[in-house]
Design a protein around this ligand. Sequence first.
Ligand code: ADP
Length: 486
Amino acid sequence: FASKLKDPTLLVEKAFVAGQWITARNGATFDVIDPATGQKIAAVPDLEVEEVNSAITAAHRAQKPWAKLTAKDRASSLRTFYDLIVASADDLAIILTAEMGKPLQEAKTEVLYGAAYVEWFAEQAKRIDGDVIPGYQLDKHIFVVKRPVGVVGAITPWNFPSAMLARKLAPALAVGCSLVAKPAAQTPLSALALGVLAERAGLPSGVLNVVTSTDAAMVGSTFCTSELVRKISFTGSTNVGRILMRQGADQIKKLSLELGGNAPFIVFDDADIDAAVEGAVVAKFRNAGQTCVCANRIYVQSGVYKEFSEKLSRRVSGLKVGNGFAKGTEIGPLIDGNAVKKVKEHLENALSLGACVTVGGKSGEPGEQFFSPTVLVGVTSEMKLAREETFGPLAPLFSFDTEEEVIQMANDTEFGLAGYFFSRDLARIFRVAEDLETGMVGVNTGLISTEMAPFGGIKQSGMGREGSKYGADDYVNIKYVCLSVA
Ligand code: ADP
């Protein structure tokens, strides 16, 4: 795939520490595999604890001078960084598709979506405003200022290798933090390419570091036990989120956690059914169902169940499965063998408990890690897929009768990331939007992510928000200054 790149220097097989491109001291590397073909496409350094600590030290050294720049200067660097990402979007998309598998067009959309956070926080850098509060005595003046938390350890997943990192580095760097990023071992190349562009944008050495390693537990515990790392920002599974929270407890580490979801997608009798079908396709099958905000449970009111399931099945039967580089591909491979196994397991469990496939249900075509987009009818709450995130292209349709019943079912989960519903009844829209126990709600839309809105979950889906003016809050400490002037 490297021959497809206009700028081959964006493909790097070294880690980025203290402004240097390094190999592991012991020379160890690990392979990056194209999930569509199973072929090795690159090998990157498998760093150990010493190198991770070097990155933390570099970030610590760089942070104070970076924070001492004017907000306008940081904004200007980030704006340059943004411009470079956009100018290289085609190449970054190629790298992303090669390591992760998603269709090239979706990869480009992800790169630009991530870039939008860099643009937004370049603008927002100048608006980290404080407050002046009336004093409690005549001589007292109360000032509230916001200060960067310091060095941030960022751990990101493989499903959005470019955007998940951009969503963290943009607010962190904007407010004056520095960052050590640990991309998922499956997809380190997109993060390294962002490192190249950050360097080109003139970001000072050590402000952004990218460490690659197969030992995620070592990196996580090094971040959590380092006195220099003041905050962990993590996107990934709820289980790993729990580990980081436990490990961070000793030092009361500040945490942002964007964890698993189990999104309900509700279609009421009064919905525009065609729009609901389109919404479900986007919310369920984007990234082959591998997003944390993917519709996991689709609840359809009994009066429109038949119409909705037929229309959705017809639409899904037309989705094109294939290599992400092939023209017209809408569904790429799953990330690895375990992902395929999980979808199969959820499917088989549902079938054994009485569900039926209307379309799809097959794996192995056109390669081992592909799973055809699938619609299941006759689904019930006893099935595994009602409780666990499938993270694959499996759309289970549950039937319900009343609004009260569906709200109860939708909220019957420990997760609370995204929820969606389709309705044209204004009163119901307000009621249901309020009653869903999630951090985000899409009403009559299956697509809710934007840099201009606060992304994040409640319950065991995590804490903190990424994007919008709220997104900067995760990276600042509030300091109150009491000034006595008689
Ligand atoms: P998934 O692979 O299902 O997206 P994970 O939570 O396993 O979810 O992975 C998300 C990120 O967390 C990846 O970068 C992975 O390497 C990292 N990770 C996995 N285990 C740990 C751990 N014990 N401590 C810190 N990070 C971890």
